[in-house]
Design a protein around this ligand. Structure first.
Ligand code: NDP
Length: 334
């Protein structure tokens, strides 16, 4: 079924407020969740609402945070998210980061004491819409085993990248450093689907494609073996070591019944490619050259194409599974 975008956002906002999120938090999270759903991100759209509710009911997350933004250096902003969601901290710091990136050519936003349940591309897309190149990293709960290991140390640790294009919306990719995201793993378990062998390991460390074996005592694997594992490691360092947050294996959410989020950190790097580049070809044009070469070599789609198409086709409506919509309405009425 299709529902008007505005109605979906209002409904989500109402549900989140009902369970304890402040007006500001509910507005930002509802917008985030609805946008992911509109863009076809099944694992980080409405699917996550119950987790947002469960985690606030558990008392593990602050639904009314006051992020503390610290201007620590010409190109460096730190934020204590006050135990709220990272998107609220980003919203509080965004204007300062823009200004710093414009003045210095680069700015880093280092967030600690934050939670993240969303699709990461939404944290960088807006920067690229304004002409910046942006990278974001977030660590989470230890559900990914290192190569040869049988228990989780890394989070599914996604990285998102966005760069402007001359002829269209920014080129964006957003990928977990695990074989699949934990959201997709849960969706597969719920639907009784097997995943490719090696998606994770069972509790004895043997490679498996069974979501149940992975979820019950096993762990996901990094994508691409040791190469993905090194990316997961770098993300732990950038999001925990650099910002003063917990590594994924230090997260204590399991001690709080109902907590569905990890209190960790997020780092965003924003670069202004226009700085000192008046005699250079624009980055948007150069990205078009590269995409053209990829197409000539036979690549039929670049990252972000599926999302951009879903967004274009949706207009101001959002495709929602009827049962999920009924569940959402019921949550609001409970
Ligand atoms: P996918 O593997 O589905 O997609 C990864 C990227 O690859 C996307 O940018 C996608 O673009 C692109 N892509 C997919 N197929 C192709 C193809 N054939 N050719 C070219 N590009 C392609 O994503 P993941 O499962 O790794 O992650 C899913 C989501 O989970 C992400 O949004 C991530 O941020 C989120 N996540 C969030 C976490 C959190 O703690 N908040 C933790 C881990 C993950 P396109 O969008 O166009 O399909």
């Amino acid at each position: 079924m299709r529902q008007p975008e505005k109605l979906v956002i209002q409904t989500l906002e109402g549900v989140l407020r009902k369970y304890g999120y402040s007006a500001a938090s509910a507005r930002i999270l509802a917008q985030n969740c609805a946008t992911a759903q509109r863009d076809g991100s099944e694992s980080h759209g409405l699917f996550r609402v119950k987790d947002y509710i469960s985690t606030i009911k558990s008392g593990y997350v602050n639904g009314d945070p006051s992020p503390k933004v610290e201007d620590v250096a010409p190109g460096f902003v730190r934020v204590d998210a006050d135990n709220g969601f990272a998107q609220i901290a980003i919203s509080a710091a965004k204007d300062l980061v823009h200004r710093k990136a414009e003045v210095n050519g680069i700015a880093i936003l280092a967030i600690r004491n934050s939670h993240h349940l969303g699709a990461l591309y939404l944290d960088v897309e807006d920067f690229a819409d304004r002409g910046f190149v942006a990278l974001a990293f977030v660590n989470s709960i230890a559900v990914v085993a290192p190569p040869g290991g049988k228990s989780g140390v890394y989070g599914t640790n996604p990285l998102a990248f966005a760069v402007p294009r001359a002829k269209g919306p920014p080129l964006v990719f957003d990928q977990a450093s695990s074989t699949v995201s934990h959201g997709d793993l849960q969706v597969a378990a719920r639907e009784g689907r097997l995943l490719p062998d090696g998606t994770g390991v069972d509790k004895t460390g043997n490679p498996t494609g069974s979501p149940h074996a992975i979820l019950n005592g096993g762990a996901l694997s990094p994508f691409g073996g040791h190469k993905g594992a090194s990316i997961a490691l770098m993300i732990e360092v950038l999001c925990a070591g650099l910002v003063g947050a917990d590594f994924s294996y230090e997260v204590t959410s399991a001690e709080t019944p109902g907590a569905r989020t990890a209190r960790t950190g997020e780092t965003i790097i924003v670069i202004d490619p226009r700085k000192g580049a008046s005699r250079l070809p624009s980055i948007g044009e150069r990205v078009e050259d590269l995409v053209g070469a990829l197409a000539a070599a036979g690549q039929t789609r670049v990252p972000g194409d599926r999302r951009t198409r879903a967004r274009k086709e949706s207009g101001r409506y959002i495709d929602i599974d009827e049962e999920k919509w009924r569940d959402l309405i019921a949550l609001g009425a409970e």
